[in-house]
Design a binder for this molecule. Structure first.
Ligand code: GUN
Ligand code: ZN
Length: 442
């Protein structure tokens, strides 16, 4: 048994059932018929087989998990554009740079309107929570007040989140959707101080230069300073398409590589997560490893926009931290289960090209969606698995509820056959609090 030293009154709930998670030493560990205690701060107190491990007062048995159910850690979406949820599933007929100019920038400009922002942000937070995303690393838009609103909504619904006010001072196609370097600097400072003032327990600001093509060197420098002075997380995009890599080389000729552009502006740290990285060189991956920066693998988006195929095995072999992202709306699905499936598909496609390729296993991808994501966001002290002392961020998965006709025929005894998808997520917990099903307020 592993447990921390708590007295009886500190334990809020005890769950009994099967727990599936990744640890530092095992890709996937399955713990059958265990008791998991959660303390009043929402942290895992103990995971063991014996009732005698628990003080007999001050706890409640919340749930006996039946044989078709198990608990797993909540999933971590390391890269999602909350603002692009309004058009997810549409407009995927152009390559990245044209797609940004034609669809993305005009839509993001609408978030000046706080009522519009509130509506979309409420929908995206509810949808991702329902789909099992207990932690999300969000891009908002350039608008500070709407970005603060996203933080408030995530907090109100109980989702753990990093929220970024997008920074960009270059935009030739939609000129009303950009800032001056000074505006971006000042508004980023305002965003951070307002967000920190709110003292949301689960929501943190993240410094967010959109990508090198949208930011002048002056702006990148400002943002690197802000991140450094405040020890903040950083997120951006890197090497998503070959065209983008070529343009960055032209725009920043004095730098060794795309990665070096971020590095020289203090934007490559152990709290940095860079989306995509499909076309990174070995030297760039070495720099990632040296600095402790991570990659968010967004396979749905990479395929939908024909951007590239990230070789996740190569990233792992370089010992670079790797998480998964939906990248809504370059990716058309807000579900992390979809990101898991597309990660496997991409790995299998690489195997078709090269039969010697070491395909990712399902267990490895489960790890990337949970513990890997929390490591990629440097949040693994708090979340990612059921280790004692971490927050209880969990999904109760019931494999017997899936809603297809086969399941309906198959009720009762016998092997269960049918669809398995997000609808199997019966409950979602963040920091010990049940956040799905939603408690509707009138
Ligand atoms: N690169 C810069 N901005 C974006 C964005 O909004 N989506 C994607 N997929 N890539 C980007
Ligand atoms: Zn993105």
């Amino acid at each position: 048994m592993t447990s921390s030293n708590k007295s009886a009154v500190d334990i809020a709930h005890v769950y009994r059932g099967t727990f599936v998670h990744s640890t530092d030493h095992t890709v996937v560990e399955i713990l059958e018929d265990r008791l998991l205690g959660v303390d009043t701060e929402g942290k895992v107190y103990s995971i063991c087989m014996e009732w005698s491990a628990y003080p007999c007062e001050g706890h409640r048995l919340v749930h006996f998990v039946v044989c078709s159910e198990f608990f797993m850690p909540g999933m971590v979406d390391t890269h999602i554009h909350a603002s692009q949820y309004s058009y997810a599933g549409t407009a995927l007929d152009l390559p990245l740079l044209q797609w940004l100019n034609t669809y993305t920038f005009p839509v993001e400009a609408c978030y000046k309107d706080l009522a519009f922002a509130r509506n979309v942000y409420t929908h995206v937070v509810k949808r991702t929570l329902r789909n099992g995303t207990t932690t999300a690393c969000y891009f908002a838009t350039i608008h500070t007040d709407a970005s603060l609103l996203l933080g408030q909504i995530a907090n109100d619904f109980g989702q753990r989140a990093l929220v970024g006010k997008v920074c960009m001072d270059t935009n030739n196609f939609v000129p009303h959707y950009r800032e001056t370097p000074d505006e971006s600097h000042d508004e980023t400072n305002r965003f951070i101080s307002e967000m920190l003032k709110k003292k949301y327990p689960l929501v943190m600001p993240v410094v967010t230069p959109r990508f090198a093509l949208s930011c002048s060197a002056a702006l990148l420098g400002h943002l690197g300073e802000i991140a450094k002075n405040n020890h903040l997380h950083i997120q951006s995009h890197i090497s998503e398409t070959k065209e983008e890599v070529k343009l960055v080389k032209e725009l920043f000729p004095d730098y060794d590589s795309y990665t070096d552009v971020y590095h020289k502006h203090n934007l490559l740290t152990d709290k940095t997560v860079m989306a995509h990285g499909c076309h990174l060189t070995d030297e760039e991956l070495k720099l990632f490893r040296e600095k402790g920066a991570s990659v968010a693998h967004c396979p749905n988006s990479n395929i939908s926009l024909c951007s590239g195929m990230l070789d996740a095995r190569r990233v792992l072999n370089h010992k670079v931290k790797l998480g998964l992202g939906t990248d809504v709306a370059g990716g058309y699905s807000p579900s992390m289960l979809d990101a898991v499936r597309r990660t496997l598909d991409t790995s299998k496609a690489l195997t078709i090209q090269d039969p010697q390729y070491q395909t990712l296993t399902f267990e490895e991808v489960f790890r990337l969606a949970t513990l890997g994501g929390s490591q990629a966001l440097s949040l693994d002290e708090h979340t990612g698995n059921f280790q004692v002392g971490k927050d209880f961020d969990a999904l109760r998965v019931n494999t017997a509820i899936a809603g297809g006709p086969i399941d309906l025929i198959n009720h009762g005894e016998g092997p269960k056959v049918g669809t398995r998808d997000d609808r199997n997520i019966a409950e979602v917990y963040v920091a010990g609090k049940r956040v799905v099903p939603f408690v509707e307020t009138t």
